[in-house]
Structure formats: C-alpha cells, structure tokens
Design a protein around this ligand. Sequence first.
Ligand code: IMP
Ligand code: MG
Length: 177
Amino acid sequence: MERIFGKPLVTQREIEKRIKEIGTKITADYEGKELLMVCLLKGAYVFFADLVRTIHIPVSVDFMMVSSYGDRTSSSGVVKIISDISSDIKGKDVLIVEDIVDSGLTLDYLYKNLNARKPDSLKICALLNKAERRKYDVPLDYVGFTVPNKFVIGYGLDYQDNYRNLPYIAVLDVSDI
Ligand code: IMP
Ligand code: MG
C-alpha cells in the first residue's frame, strides 16, 4: 500500500474536478484564439499536463524554469531564469501556468519579464494560492484552490525535489523529513 505522506489536503478526485472546470473556462475565454501555455518547471508540470488535456482550442506549449526557493521552505527573495521559453511571444495570447503562489515574488517578476516581450495578452493560472502569504500583488486569472499557510507537497510540488509524484496534495509533516 502507498504510504500516506502528511495530511491529505486536496484529493485526486477534487483536483481532477477542479481542473476540468478551469479547462472549460479557459476554452470559453480563448475561443477563436490560439493560446500559448507556459509551464513553470518543475512544480507545475503535473498540473500542466492534466490541464492542457481539458482545453479544447488550439494550444501550443512552452516551458520555463525559474528558481526562487533554493532548498528551503521560505522564499529567498531572488528570482532567476534558469531556462527560458524557446518561442517569441510577441503578439500572442499567453497563459502562465504555476503550481503555487506564495509571496507572489516569482510571478511578479515573471509577469513583468514576459509582459515586456509584448504579448497580445498575458494571464496567470495557478493550481494553488497561499493567499495569506502574499507580499506582491499579482493578477491571478485562474486559481484551483486556496490553501492555508502550510508547506504543501505532491502533484508536482516538492520538498527538496521529493514527493512530486504523489497523486494528491498533502501538508508536509515534519515527521516525514
Ligand atoms: P513565491 O515566489 O513566494 O510566490 O513562491 C512561489 C514558488 O515557491 C512556487 O513556484 C513553489 O515552487 C514554491 N513554493 C511556495 N510554497 C510552496 C509549498 O508550500 N510547497 C512547495 N513549493 C512551494
Ligand atoms: Mg515553482
């Protein structure tokens, strides 16, 4: 039997249901357009793969890796682009897909960075919103779930690069570390 890590916060079934709702909304909002979806690696990769399959308009995908955390559980205050997208986004409708918004530092930086490249539109979709921790006011257009101020893992989210493969979201229990 699979070991349960921490306290399950969002179940597989809840994630699946919410993603379908978000996909339906995105499909309607971008009808008649071609959407470029940008996945923020590594954390958003599981969410991204599930989300794109619920969207029924032409979609192209690109990937970007940024770091703002290092190996700690609090933000380091510096955002670095480790690997940039490979496409030119000028004149395109772009949707950034992120795993979790904490202080908002990462997305504040990225939003400004990508906006400077003159896309036609730029929106943000985040699976989780740790609203209590917000320091930077970033526009979140699509949000899966609001979560409490706890460190969460699973469904792409990690603690020191572990637990990304859990199929649900759990609160990291210090006794697991
Ligand atoms: P922010 O820049 O402070 O908003 O932090 C966002 C980034 O921190 C996310 O992309 C995650 O990689 C990471 N992060 C924040 N909170 C958590 C968490 O509870 N679990 C795992 N990663 C987190
Ligand atoms: Mg991340």
